[in-house]
Write a protein that binds this ligand. Sequence first.
Ligand SMILES: Nc1ncnc2c1ncn2[C@@H]1O[C@H](COP(=O)(O)OP(=O)(O)OP(=O)(O)O)[C@@H](O)[C@H]1O
Ligand SMILES: [Mg+2]
Length: 305
Amino acid sequence: MDTILQVKDLTKVYRIRKGLFRREPFYALKGVTLSLRRGEVLGVVGESGSGKTTLGKVILRLERPTSGSVLFEGKDIFSLGKEYTREVSVVFQDPRNSLNPRMRVKEIVEEPLLVHGERDRSKKVREALERVALDPSLMERKPDDLSGGQRQRVAIARAIVLRPRIIVADEPTASLDVSVQHEVLKLFRSLKEEGIAFIFITHDIRVIDKIADRVVVIYGGRIMEVGEKDEILRKPLHPYTRFLLSNVPVRHPRERKPADFQEIEYEVPREGCPFAPRCPDYMEECSSEVRRAELDGRVVYCNLY
Ligand SMILES: Nc1ncnc2c1ncn2[C@@H]1O[C@H](COP(=O)(O)OP(=O)(O)OP(=O)(O)O)[C@@H](O)[C@H]1O
Ligand SMILES: [Mg+2]
């Protein structure tokens, strides 16, 4: 299938302060390799601190990789100019923070068009608002005078106004009430039907179930497992994926027995598998190395396979 974006052996190291003078490297991402196909929704799931936002930020060029690369249609994204921001846009978790409170809806949605010197701006703004099902009467409002769901629709209208091919959505429904969440997910699905591909970041595997075609499970900055959503949810291979699935209300409880995990804070080790200290299938070799296995089109980083 046709790949639009490739992430190759991506590592992002932050220097974190330890004491007065010492700075230690911290691997927010380590050796992440994945691809996004045209028009697909790739769900990125993992607990807090697993590196999801960092991955999104590198793809959006908000952070530079320490090593590795991201290719858009085969070209390194850091060698591309402004045209890249036209192709790839973003929707963040909380529109309260991502939308300028002093601007009116129409100005917010128009801004990317101005940045890219587009013509017919008011027509394009109206079209974008229509696509997200926002009443044109709201154009003169400011974000504070909208509901949470309406605000997120404005953020989405802004994200689609340049007709991008990829949207990085970072927990875009996490700040919304459950009923509104459902509506906004429906909107994302309709954008997918129009051909937009998504990197859809969430900690909630139920959201993944509703929207993703394929899923990347990450933990401790490393990929645990990548594959078709249905296969990953029905038959998780990695112990970490099983752990995630055992911690949410799922549709067939009998199929997924809660695993024997302890709820303690673990420090992610720097070598081997990050999940090793919590893993019920831990083996000695997991502390030093992790094998990559390909099974029926699925990639699993685990020494069980
Ligand atoms: N600028 C930074 N400097 C130092 N460490 C950072 C920085 N940004 C992120 N980190 C660390 O990198 C790790 C991954 O962070 P990231 O925000 O990508 O996680 P996440 O999966 O998005 O988590 P959440 O679900 O809470 O949003 C975390 O441990 C975080 O503290
Ligand atoms: Mg995050």
